[in-house]
Design a protein around this ligand. Structure first.
Ligand code: ZN
Length: 141
């Protein structure tokens, strides 16, 4: 079976890979990155926790200035937050910029769209305090 046939089998309908010679495997990978929808990559880069139902991210991560680690994925060459992309795939639209992807499950690496709500930064912060995920800093005496 040729390279093209294998790829077509993997990525399904419509994806036409032009072989320009060179390393078949590398070409195939590059082509896959282009053609496989974001959703499929999200699924492939997460594992389901049977207890919490969280889709725990195993791909690249970014750390925000508070030291929390968040799932990162490249879409069209741009680094995006994977849980926001996951939300987008399910809701069919971009999460509004002013809203953060709040994790109802408190697992910042979770990308399960059922666990992610659009929340305003304010309400997300309040919830973090309420759940004890975040603590007010008391001065060291
Ligand atoms: Zn979760």
């Amino acid at each position: 079976m040729g390279c093209l046939a294998v790829l077509r089998g993997v990525v399904g309908n419509g994806a036409r890979i032009q072989r320009r010679g060179g390393n078949c495997e590398r070409d195939a990978l590059v082509a896959l990155m282009k053609f496989v929808p974001v959703w499929e990559r999200l699924l492939n880069l997460s594992v389901v926790d049977p207890v919490s139902g969280c889709w725990v991210w195993i791909g690249a991560t970014v750390i925000n200035r508070r030291g929390d680690r968040y799932p990162a994925i490249k879409v069209n060459g741009k680094k995006k937050l994977a849980h926001r992309e996951s939300w987008k795939c399910v809701h069919g639209r971009e999460m509004p910029k002013r809203k953060q992807g709040a994790h109802a499950c408190d697992t910042t690496l979770c990308i399960n769209p059922d666990h992610i709500r659009g929340a305003t930064p304010g309400s997300n912060q309040r919830e973090a305090y309420r759940k004890g995920r975040k603590h007010f800093v008391s001065p060291n005496i």
